[in-house]
Ligand binder design. Structure first.
Ligand SMILES: C=CC1=C(C)c2cc3[nH]c(cc4nc(cc5[nH]c(cc1n2)c(C)c5CCC(=O)O)C(CCC(=O)O)=C4C)c(C)c3C=C
Ligand SMILES: [Fe+2]
Ligand SMILES: [Fe+2]
Length: 344
């Protein structure tokens, strides 16, 4: 029997420092997130980051936490339930980090008699720290614990027409009554070196003004190219009323160069140098609201923009469990389920 495994990033079990430490430990010890030699990663994470960050992140989580738990997890559960109600095969949810693991998700499917899994990483764009680590982890779990199970994986969907249309609808509904000057497309950042590491051609990506617009096989795994494409596709369909837009990258960690421009710097620049008074911010790398959208963009971003002289500010919430987005996932499930294998 076929079954679906939806996977997102995951959250701590609670906002307590000890739970946040456990979560960050697993997250930051992932070699695809902090890509340092093991001993360096070990010293940096266990010796430095975990001494201070869990308390600081716990305080940030407290600002956005819901009665039912982490917004990311609760929204993902609601989404999975709605998808499950509309398809006729089992659907399970797993998280890359935290206690709601990928292994538990697979076990749930296996208990229902599933022997063919469609892995659906809930990331529109390819990054070694998001999409790739989910696929590698799921493959590892299957190899070690469930060698009899077959798996196929949903490709990244950064320019897939149904995802774009659902994004356009979600944005349009929220900006119709907002008189904005500019829309900022803020994507989760990654270190620049990750772009170079993921370049399968080993020569295309230069992180400059032109590489991401020059066709290349490298773009199959180029996060920066894929983010820019998402913006272009959305902009083609959005009623912009002649207003402007731009891209930026948020949520940096440590001091290495990350993809630019940095979202927090843009908030200040927009208000101080560009004369932008009313700003809308959309976060297309996230399909569900989470710490990085609800705290960093909706709360901190608003404060940064308005302290710099900006006036009206609107964070466009993610698609979460809205019906358009649920229907897109249902379509992808049914397309996979009904796919006939060509026999030559
Ligand atoms: C959208 C895809 C994501 C990419 C790519 C990504 C890269 C990445 N993230 C970190 C470090 C942290 N990210 C944190 C939170 C977080 N990240 C994503 C998504 C991507 N990250 C989400 C959805 C969330 C929110 C989780 C939630 O519970 O709501 C955190 C934890 C919070 C904190 O302490 O700031 C860290 C740390 C790195 C280093 C990285 C690429 C190398
Ligand atoms: Fe992150
Ligand atoms: Fe590029």
């Amino acid at each position: 029997m076929k079954g679906i495994l939806l996977v997102n990033l995951g959250s701590p079990d609670s906002t307590d420092t000890k739970d946040v430490r456990k979560y960050l430990d697993e997250f930051l010890m992932d070699e695809r997130v902090l890509d340092l030699p093991y001993w360096k990663r070990f010293l940096l994470v266990k010796g430095i980051i975990l001494n201070t960050r869990p308390k600081k992140s716990g305080a940030a989580y407290k600002k956005i936490w819901w009665e039912e738990g982490s917004p990311l997890v609760v929204i993902s559960e609601r989404f999975a339930k709605k998808v499950s109600d509309k398809v006729d095969i089992p659907v399970a949810l797993g998280m890359r980090y935290g206690s709601m693991s990928i292994e538990k998700g697979i076990q749930e499917l296996v208990n229902k008699g599933v022997d063919e899994i469609y892995l659906m990483p809930m990331y529109p764009h390819y990054a070694m720290s998001s999409y790739e680590t989910v696929v590698v982890k799921a493959e590892e779990v299957l190899k070690n614990k469930f060698p009899q199970i077959k798996m196929e994986t949903l490709p990244v969907f950064y320019n897939e027409v149904n995802y774009i249309d659902a994004m356009v609808n979600n944005i349009q509904k929220q900006i119709n009554d907002f008189d904005f000057d500019h829309i900022l497309f803020s994507y989760h950042g990654i270190p620049e070196r990750h772009i170079l590491k993921s370049d399968t051609t080993k020569s295309h990506c230069k992180i400059d003004g032109s590489c991401c617009n020059t066709p290349s096989k490298a773009h199959e795994t180029c996060y920066r190219h894929q983010c820019f494409e998402t913006t272009k596709e959305i902009i083609k369909k959005l009623d912009m009323k002649g207003k402007t837009h731009s891209n930026s990258f948020q949520s940096r960690l440590l001091k290495d160069p990350w993809l630019k421009p940095y979202t927090d710097f843009e908030f200040e620049r927009f208000a101080k140098e560009e004369g932008i008074k009313n700003l809308a911010v959309v976060t297309p790398a996230f399909v569900a609201d989470c710490l990085e959208t609800l705290e960093e963009i909706a709360m901190e971003g608003k404060e940064q923009f308005q302290e710099a002289g900006g006036q009206k500010y609107k964070h466009i919430t993610c698609m979460n469990d809205n019906d358009d987005w649920v229907d897109v996932a249902v379509k992808w499930v049914n397309d996979w389920k009904d796919k006939t294998v060509e026999v030559l």
